[in-house]
Design a protein around this ligand. Structure first.
Ligand code: CR1
Length: 816
């Protein structure tokens, strides 16, 4: 049976494409699958019925995709990621299934508007920030590029916390995102896996390398998957998410009968805690253990699933690497390397060398940071207890690896110590990044500068040893979600300007906009789109310069630098109320890690400064500070289209890439930024004259720090900087921010004060450009026109060609 015969083969009707047919199916979903009627349906019933009806329209494509992939037995891409920020599903799936218009008509039968129903969509917040959203953009683009792929992750019960402001500071509440169920998900209980923890290992007679691991705890991993449709193609891939649960034996019936209710479920609760929360607080020993458990749980379940899939079509282990490439999204899934070794050696009885050769050719690793504290290490004693067999395997991998280093650099003990997978400090620790480099075929950073700094600094010894292993793949973003869905007005204008909407999966075509950058009528409409988006956002006066800084709160990202600029603006306006000031709305959004006090203090100070300004009749006509609560993908989709100015002001050398910078430039915001991460590549493409550059570059910053940086020099020398800091110290903003001033004057780890003056100068340049609307609009159009490179479709093409060496598999259309 050919793939197109799947549905016909069993006599199923084809789902209709007309409004009437869609409406029939919608009513049938409501009646038969929700078990309710139009009269008694709640808003949520309507949402679910619509979601199921849309999902059905992707199911055909999914069946044909699976059949086509199975038939061609390709090299499959498996993306392992602890995080996915998939964003709202309904709007996306309406777009990708081409049913948006019929659905808008059909829902009238339910007495509701499409918008009303879409507003009920809760995004699965299964990630923290850029890394998780990148994973979502990449799976979108893999499907769009027809790459056979599965994304593996964890189905956390609670996603990233919900943020609200209480008394001007961040408060956190749990995010029970699937409280009302999740109609997008297909459970697959038959594919459940069993995962072990703790216990001990035993030798196996007659074998040097094989061992028997007797775990002390057994947990079940239950998968479900969500559909990941490609845009403008037939492919529908999946993201498969694992949820932990106790085995049948984990419920103690006799204790329950004896009234010991808590004890009876204790083991099951412990098992289920593994997938309870995204990134449990790792500031305690217990939190760390749970985090490592999560990582192993994800990797063990996924690898067994990958092997199961391999064995459906193949029988020879020698083919495994040719049929499998597993991309590690940062170090979180690195434990997959020793886990694959364990499965191959202990369970499938391959010899060590063959298993190691397969493993090394199967994995590739993407590093997403340069911050040393973000390079994961685990105490050896934790490993010994939780994953005793894996520690043995890591020791052997390390021994053989260090022999290789010794052969290349005889007698260089210092190098051996630096490169070892086991770090010998006060406490011996497993260095996951080293393991990830040793156990993979390719290692990449996520922007040119980042990849270069990886080779020159943190991974320098490894780059010396294996120069060809190190690559760069610059990040990208999905133009479907971040232009078409987020900014429909701009999408329509672009489509009109280019004559068709082919740019949505061929983003370099935006370059054709260049010829319209001086066209007065087009420019006028471009401005009107931005203005209408600002009116929708309703953050401030739509005619003011909307200046946005939206990202996680971290000192390296330097929200505090933006804030010093705001305070200086405030002071300038107060001193000269009659001045010719450019009205600005400064919008911050982002979450701070719950235990990160310095970042939370910055949020507090932002709100205190905002309140002071709002209460000041002299300054408030020109300056407004807005803090938008609970930043997530959905909120980003509202803010980005309304932004005039994009703040990308991290200390150079600290932001690996950034992807918000790309989304904003793509939507015609101009960037004020440092030479950091992908800012450099954005500037090179949109043109120096269309980018507001400031600050030290990465090498200058390193030099300042080596020479001995004294932030006080800047404070003494720069009267405006001094005035801003003194105002905080004097308690002008409700007493908030004194700790920040202490840290800035004390050590200022991220050179905020060193870059302050240059940043203010750049902001003056921003205002000069803003005062000339034609100049600004032209710059804005050119930013969009030259951001085509930053499509995640291009990122995937790069991975496919240079790292994965995989080819697309075309899924036939139904009536071919
Ligand atoms: C980086 O900080 C990058 C994303 C995606 C983040 C950011 O600059 O754009 O990854 N890294 O590559 C991260 O979250 C744990 O590391």
């Amino acid at each position: 049976m050919g793939p197109m015969d799947l549905r016909q083969g069993i006599g199923l009707r084809r789902l209709g494409t007309t409004t009437d047919e869609f409406q029939q199916d919608l009513l049938s979903s409501l009646y038969y699958r929700r078990g309710t009627t139009v009269e008694s349906a709640s808003a949520h019933d309507a949402y679910d019925a619509l979601a199921l009806t849309v999902r059905d329209r992707l199911a055909d494509r999914r069946a044909r995709t699976a059949a086509a992939h199975y038939a061609s037995n390709p090299r499959w891409v498996y993306y392992l990621s602890a995080e996915y920020l998939l964003g709202a599903q309904l709007e996306q799936n309406l777009l990708y299934s081409g049913t948006g218009e019929v659905a808008a008509q059909a829902v009238k039968a339910l007495g509701r508007s499409l918008q009303e129903i879409e507003d009920l969509d809760v995004e699965p917040g299964l990630g923290n920030g850029g890394l998780g959203r990148l994973a979502a953009c990449l799976v979108d683009s893999m499907a769009t590029r027809d790459i056979p792929a599965v994304g593996y992750g964890i189905r956390y019960d609670f996603g990233i916390f919900k943020q609200s402001l209480e008394n001007g500071g961040q408060a956190e509440r749990p995010d029970d995102w699937a409280f009302q169920g999740n109609p997008w998900e297909f459970p697959a209980p038959d594919d459940r896996q069993t995962v072990g923890f703790y216990g001990h290992t035993e030798p196996i007679a007659g074998s040097q390398t094989r061992k028997r691991w007797v775990p002390g705890e057994i947990v079940l991993g239950e998968p479900s998957h969500m559909l990941v449709p490609g845009y403008g193609t037939e492919t529908v891939n999946i993201v498969r998410l694992w949820r932990a649960r106790g085995s049948e034996a984990s419920f103690d019936l006799s204790r329950f009968s004896a009234g010991q209710y808590a004890e009876a479920v204790q083991e099951a609760v412990r098992a289920e805690n593994i997938s309870k929360v995204l990134y449990p607080d790792d500031s305690t020993e217990l939190g760390r253990e749970l985090r490592l458990k999560q990582q192993y749980f994800l990797c063990s379940c996924s690898l067994r699933d990958i092997i199961r899939r391999f064995r459906l079509r193949n029988s020879d282990w020698a083919d495994f690497a040719a049929k499998t490439i597993i991309q590690l999204n940062d170090t979180h899934p690195t434990i997959a390397i020793p886990e694959l070794m364990r499965l191959l050696v202990d369970e499938y009885e391959l010899d060590w060398d063959q298993a190691w050769s397969i493993t090394r050719r199967t994995f590739a690793y993407t590093c997403h940071t340069l911050l040393p504290e973000a390079l994961e290490t685990w105490p050896v004693h934790l490993f010994e207890r939780l994953l005793p067999r894996h520690l043995e395997i890591i020791y052997l991998i390390n021994l053989l690896f260090l022999r290789e280093v010794e052969a290349r650099f005889p007698g260089d003990n210092d190098r051996l110590r630096r490169m070892s997978i086991i770090g010998e400090g006060d406490e011996r620790r497993v260095r996951m990044a080293h393991l990830a480099v040793v156990g993979t075929e390719a290692v990449n950073g996520v922007a040119e500068l980042h990849s270069k700094l990886l080779r020159e600094t943190v991974l320098q010894d490894f780059a010396d040893l294996w120069p060809a292993k190190f690559q760069n793949v610059t990040n990208g973003v999905s133009p479907r979600r971040f232009v078409k869905l987020a900014n429909p007005r701009l999408a329509d204008l672009i489509t009109e300007g280019l004559g068709d909407d082919g740019w949505l999966n061929d983003l370099e075509r935006l370059a054709e906009l260049e010829s319209l950058a001086d066209d007065a009528a087009f420019m006028e409409r471009w401005r009107a789109v931005k203005r209408a988006n600002k009116v929708d956002l309703a953050a401030g006066d739509p005619d003011s310069l909307t200046d946005v800084m939206i990202k996680r709160f971290h000192e390296y990202k330097r929200q505090q630098l933006k804030l010093l600029h705001v305070i200086t603006m405030y002071q300038r306006i107060r001193q000269n109320p009659a001045g010719d000031w450019v009205p600005r709305t400064v919008l911050f959004a982002g979450k701070a890690a719950p235990a990160y006090h310095a970042a939370k203090n910055i949020i507090r100070l932002i709100n205190a400064v905002g309140a002071t300004i709002a209460a000041d009749p002299v300054v408030s006509p020109y300056l407004k500070v807005v803090f938008a609560e609970n930043y997530n993908v959905t909120l980003a989709e509202r803010i980005i289209p309304a932004a005039d100015l994009s703040e990308q002001i991290s200390l150079a050398g600290k932001e690996a890439s950034g992807t918000g910078n790309m989304k904003l430039a793509l939507n015609g915001a101009l960037t004020v930024g440092t030479l950091d991460g992908a800012n450099i590549e954005i500037r090179a493409r949109v043109g120096e004259e269309n980018f507001f550059l400031f600050g030290l570059d990465a090498y200058q910053a390193a030099e300042v720090q080596i020479r001995g940086y004294n932030p006080r020099e800047h404070y003494e020398w720069d009267t405006e900087l001094k005035a801003a800091l003194d105002a905080i110290t004097a308690g002008r903003f409700d007493g908030a921010g004194r700790e920040l001033v202490d840290s800035l004057l004390g050590w200022d780890e991220y050179l905020t004060l060193a870059d302050y003056r240059s940043y203010l100068d750049a902001q003056e340049e921003v205002e000069r450009a803003w005062r000339d609307p034609a100049r600004w609009t032209r710059m804005s159009i050119l930013n969009t026109a030259h951001s085509g490179f930053f499509s995640s479709d291009r990122t995937i093409a790069d991975y496919a060609a240079r790292i994965w060496r995989v080819a697309p598999v075309t899924v036939p259309k139904e009536d071919q």
